[in-house]
Design a protein around this ligand. Structure first.
Ligand SMILES: Cc1cc2nc3c(=O)[nH]c(=O)nc-3n(C[C@H](O)[C@H](O)[C@H](O)COP(=O)(O)OP(=O)(O)OC[C@H]3O[C@@H](n4cnc5c(N)ncnc54)[C@H](O)[C@@H]3O)c2cc1C
Length: 450
């Protein structure tokens, strides 16, 4: 344990929701912990920027009513009253038309499908909800499973454009288990009348991250921002510190939460080639998000899937059809989201190039749109935005225990079969935090608990 005093020193790399949740759990046990975050703010992929003095996520964020870990943590932090439950309107854009898809009645009116196939689509979602043993879907692709359940037309019209739009050429390889889970969890976030209900936090996700950070700090924890971990310090196969862009920090235990390829680079000098290769097996897509501030709304839909593979974005998310424009001084906020490989031209474009590239597509969707409506815009990019979860993903997930004594992993790609999300970041962060804290009490506990 720590030199000169009895307190162990725990370092958490990454101040996203996984890192914050891990540090929160450790600090609950009165154990000092240091979170080291590369960016100038905490929050990771759920970090924010300011619009008219109000914090807004760089990438659109909401919660589902079944995001139980979030709700539990909010209760513990005594800030559950900041949760806002909102009905949301969802739809699909296809063949130059908009279709509502918020309620069962909308489904029955969904004219791109024949009446028989509308019923099939409805039955498919009901049958999906009845599946409890997801392991049976592990070795199937979503394509195989959806074709089997709903037939070719439903797949071609509804699911294939979504899979292709989000995952590009990986679309046909995406895991059935992952897709099933996403469909069931989002489909389950509904009111009694069948409308979708989503949750937001007063002050945005940044305010929630701050609440967690404040609790960590109030129990003696430290949060360092603008400090990138450049190297691990290792002696005799045991991690004993980290080298950041600013200083060297001693540590008895380290939890790494960045994307696996980043962790692979950090451990590479100290582990076998085979182990470093294990951490590089999962492919990640990047994301480019154009955030428009408009003087009016584009539509009354919150979440619009763009089922047209010729469009450069897969969804139009009109945030201020969810959270009021008044919150942002009257600005109407629209996110246009594109998932893509890092090598794609779009990922390399400058902010103004992305804006100009997207504009004609916005005009095509919304013929009345005029660029004079645009009061401002931002472009945000994330290199590791979405792990590509293919069939048998479970086999690619590395253990939380690493070959380096004292180094543990809790990262987005280890979440499965659920989709990555702050709810699961909190679940996994807390889980690893609890395990590490227990290990300090009983050094033999790790192997039996992971
Ligand atoms: C477009 C988009 C939309 C999303 N929508 C939602 C949503 O609606 N609801 C929801 O719940 N979730 C959503 N998510 C997912 C959610 O943001 C993530 O699942 C969650 O934030 C993951 O948290 P994390 O801490 O595991 O990873 P990250 O947020 O990636 O955090 C890792 C942190 O590590 C830091 N880091 C990396 N390298 C180093 C280093 N060497 N030294 C120090 N720090 C380092 C990074 O800067 C980062 O802050 C969305 C994600 C995207 C991309």
């Amino acid at each position: 344990m720590g030199k000169g005093n009895d307190q162990p020193r725990i370092v958490v790399i990454g101040g996203g929701f996984t890192g914050l949740a891990a540090a929160y759990e450790i600090s609950r046990q009165q154990i000092p912990v240091t979170v080291i975050e590369k960016d100038n703010q905490i929050g990771g992929l759920a970090a924010s920027f300011e619009i008219n003095g109000e914090k807004l996520e760089k990438f659109y964020h909401h919660w589902l009513t079944n995001d139980e870990e979030v709700i539990r943590l909010l209760k513990e932090l005594d800030c559950e009253n900041n949760l806002q439950y909102r009905r949301s309107r969802t739809g699909i854009y296809r063949d130059n038309n908009f279709f509502r898809l918020s309620t069962p009645v909308d489904l029955l009116r969904f004219s791109p499908l024949s009446p028989l196939n509308r019923v099939r689509l409805g039955l498919l979602t009901l049958r999906a909800r009845r599946i409890k043993k997801w392991k049976q879907l592990e070795s199937m692709t979503a394509e195989q499973w959806l074709l089997k359940l709903g037939g070719a037309e439903v797949y071609r019209v509804v699911w294939e454009p979504l899979l292709r739009g989000k995952f590009g050429s990986f679309g046909p390889e995406i895991s059935a288990a992952w897709f099933w889970n996403k469909m069931v969890l989002r489909g389950g976030s509904r009111s009694k009348t069948g409308e979708e209900v989503l949750l937001y936090y007063r002050g945005g996700f940044a305010a929630f991250a701050e609440q967690i950070a404040n609790r960590i700090k109030s129990t003696g924890g430290v949060i360092l921002t603008g400090a990138q971990v450049k190297a691990l310090m290792v002696k005799d196969g045991r991690v004993n510190g980290v080298q950041t862009s600013k200083e060297t920090i001693d540590a008895d235990l380290v939890i790494a939460t960045p994307a696996l390829p980043i962790v692979a680079d950090l451990v590479q000098p100290h582990v076998s080639e085979e182990y470093a290769a294990v951490l590089k097996k999962v492919t990640y897509l990047a994301n480019v998000c154009l955030v428009l501030h408009l003087d009016r709304n584009l539509s009354d839909i919150y979440w619009l899937n763009v089922n047209d593979p010729n469009f450069p974005f897969v969804a139009v998310i009109e945030h201020t059809n969810f959270e009021s424009a008044e919150t942002y001084g009257g600005a109407h906020i629209v996110y246009l989201s594109s998932y893509l490989p890092e090598a794609a031209d779009l990922y390399r474009m400058q902010e103004s190039e992305v804006f100009e590239f997207f504009l004609p597509y916005i005009s095509r969707m919304f013929p009345k749109f005029d660029r004079s409506w645009v009061c401002g815009y931002h472009v945000w990019k994330a290199r590791y935005a979405q792990p590509v979860v293919m069939r048998n993903h479970g086999r690619l997930i590395p253990s939380s225990v690493t070959p380096l004594t004292g180094l543990y992993l809790a990262t987005m790609a280890q979440i499965y079969p659920e989709d990555r999300g702050t709810n699961y970041a909190i679940r996994e962060g807390r889980r690893i935090g609890r395990i590490v804290a227990e290990h300090l009490v009983n050094p033999h506990s790790i192997a039996s608990t992971i």
